[in-house]
Design a protein around this ligand. Structure first.
Ligand SMILES: [Zn+2]
Length: 571
């Protein structure tokens, strides 16, 4: 069955926002031809992945459902329906969350900006849950208010990390009637049961060996100690409310949704019975995604609800075997992190490993990311200086650079189409930059033609591909002010300083009496009365460096760039 067109998607979102019940919309999505039947649920054959029919993107992606790379085939041409599990908003988001969201943001950007896929991304905000209730009791604050505060903070954090927002964020509590209708249908389809305590559980036995699509369940048992379950693997769709807990009316009495049901309901309400891509951190694979699959396929009575499950690796603090998590209290908040590093640097840190790998966080790994970014920025700056005639070099061997540029473009596309291999892509870009730098060696006297065009092409490619990753090389506002005035002021200041230096160095006479070690003065022999001018130029350069304005003197010409405050850079 085909997914709805984006127009229908947009209409649905509007309907949601106006409070319209879309349960009829959900029901219409059922695939009548692929009903589960009691005769085939136990054969085990159903666990086989069904390769989707549709638009082949040319991208291979690792699919957790098959544990191998598969061609990414979308139900509709150039449109990817993408659902992701969002945050449970009871506390500050930390770097482990940031890592998962930034990594998937990079994947989505690659699909849309490099492969021309329109990614329609929906994210749920879990704003009712045991942890939210627990925290609200501890802090004596309403769970609604607590969740709202952290939801806003999460959105601000994502913006600061330059994670593109989904097409729509959907809150669980805005979708309770849809969730109730979803559960009712699962019960009607014979895959859930109501207990005399007012709980509703999914009946895992009813789907036989289909339960366990993502994880080999040998040895795994579900939640123990709940009296009214038929099987320990069964999980709650609806929880009867306890005193002082938020609750909603339902056919089974007052209660609230279980955790997993929200995602099945919301994803289905937007995308129907078929979803191209579902993403989340690897810790969500079981039980959360496993249970989402069970519920959604029981609801839609279809063979395969989500076609691709993508999971990102955990972030660990270096030296720790545990993932960063709120419950382990070993976390760094995004706000704290961004007081030491920039969003661009964090993106580089994420790009340097594959999105599926576990990632070690340490100052050393962040410094590596910072230094890689710094090399890229320095190349862009030098290429720009060369193009403007501020940086003089020997005649450029253009042929090599054109060839490298072309090969890099092809190679980067190829490795990104192979399960989004960002570390290899960064390697290819750094190799291109290395070749560029080899030819950007400053000289004093130049003979022969200049080659601004090839550097212009390289510069625009490097900026473009880093832009695909969400790294904005033109963005100076994250280290400095956003007014744009600073650039012009520094330009004028450096120009003025250059004129003064040129004048001071223009007449070479005898050596000064007492040159200062390390000073420019040692290199030339200016007239003694001009020495103070050079000293003042040296002082200005040295004083601006810790403020983040890095001036490079190249013979009598000076160029400059903005770096992070306090960062030193070699000339
Ligand atoms: Zn989910």
């Amino acid at each position: 069955m085909k997914m709805r067109l984006p127009l229908a998607f947009i209409t649905n979102v509007k309907l949601f926002n106006s409070g319209f019940r879309i349960r009829h919309g959900i029901h219409n999505q059922v695939t009548k031809t692929s009903l589960l039947s009691s005769c085939n649920i136990c054969s085990g054959a159903e666990r086989k992945w069904i390769k989707p029919v549709g638009y082949d993107t040319g991208v291979m992606t690792y699919n957790s459902l098959t544990k191998q790379k598969e061609p990414l085939v979308l139900a509709q041409e150039r449109i990817a329906s993408w659902y992701s599990c969002g945050p449970t908003v009871y506390d500050h988001a930390h770097l482990g969350h940031a890592c998962s969201y930034v990594r998937f943001d990079i994947l989505q950007r690659i699909l849309s900006k490099l492969f021309g896929i329109n990614v329609i991304h929906v994210m749920v905000i879990t704003n009712i849950d045991d942890k939210i209730i627990q925290r609200s009791l501890e802090e004596n604050i309403s769970p609604t208010v607590l969740a709202r505060m952290h939801e806003e903070e999460f959105k601000k954090d994502m913006q600061a990390l330059r994670v593109l927002p989904p097409a729509v964020y959907m809150r669980v509590t805005d979708n309770i009637p849809q969730i109730v209708a979803f559960i009712e249908r699962i019960i009607r389809n014979g895959h859930a049961y109501v207990t005399n305590q007012g709980n509703v559980y999914f009946n895992t036995q009813s789907i036989g060996s289909r339960y366990g699509k993502l994880v080999n369940l040998g040895g795994i048992v579900g939640e123990q100690g709940v009296q009214d379950k038929r099987d320990p693997r069964d999980f709650a769709l609806w929880k009867a409310s306890k005193p002082h807990e938020p609750h909603w009316d339902s056919p089974w009495g007052q209660g609230r949704p279980g955790w997993h049901i929200e995602c099945s309901t919301i994803a289905s309400s937007v995308f129907g019975s078929q979803l191209d891509i579902h993403s989340g951190g690897i810790d969500l694979a079981f039980p959360h995604h496993e249970n989402e699959i069970a519920q959604s396929e029981a609801y839609h009575q279809c063979e395969q609800w989500g076609n691709y499950f993508l999971h990102s690796g955990h972030l660990h603090l270096k030296g720790s075997v545990e993932k960063m998590s709120k419950s382990l209290k070993n976390y760094i908040t995004i706000k704290d992190f961004l007081s030491s590093y920039t969003a661009n640097e964090f993106r580089l840190f994420c790009l340097l490993t594959k999105y599926r790998s576990a990632i070690d966080y340490s100052d050393a790994s962040m410094n590596e990311a910072r230094s890689t970014l710094s090399t890229i920025s320095a190349f862009c700056h030098n290429a720009q200086a060369y193009m403007q005639g501020h940086l003089q070099c020997q005649p450029i061997e253009e042929g090599i650079l054109w060839e490298r540029l072309c090969a890099t473009q092809t190679n980067v596309r190829k490795v990104l189409a192979d399960d989004f291999d960002t570390p290899k892509a960064v390697d290819a870009i750094m190799s291109l930059i290395h070749h560029g730098n080899c030819q950007l060696q400053p000289v004093t006297k130049v003979h022969g033609p200049r080659s601004p065009v090839v550097f212009g092409a390289m510069l625009s490619y490097v900026r473009e591909i880093m832009g695909v990753f969400g790294v904005d090389l033109l963005d100076t506002k994250e280290v400095h002010d956003s007014s744009g005035v600073l650039n012009n002021v520094v330009e004028e200041l450096v120009h003025f300083r250059s004129e003064v230096r040129k004048f001071a160095l223009s007449v070479q006479d005898q050596a000064p009496q007492d040159p200062q070690p390390g000073s420019e003065i040692q290199k030339g022999h200016p007239q003694p009365d001009r020495v103070p001018l050079l000293k003042a130029c040296d002082a200005l350069r040295n004083n601006l460096a810790p403020l983040g304005v890095h001036i490079k003197d190249r013979s009598t010409i000076s160029t400059w760039e903005i770096t992070r405050r306090g960062e030193t850079r070699k000339n």
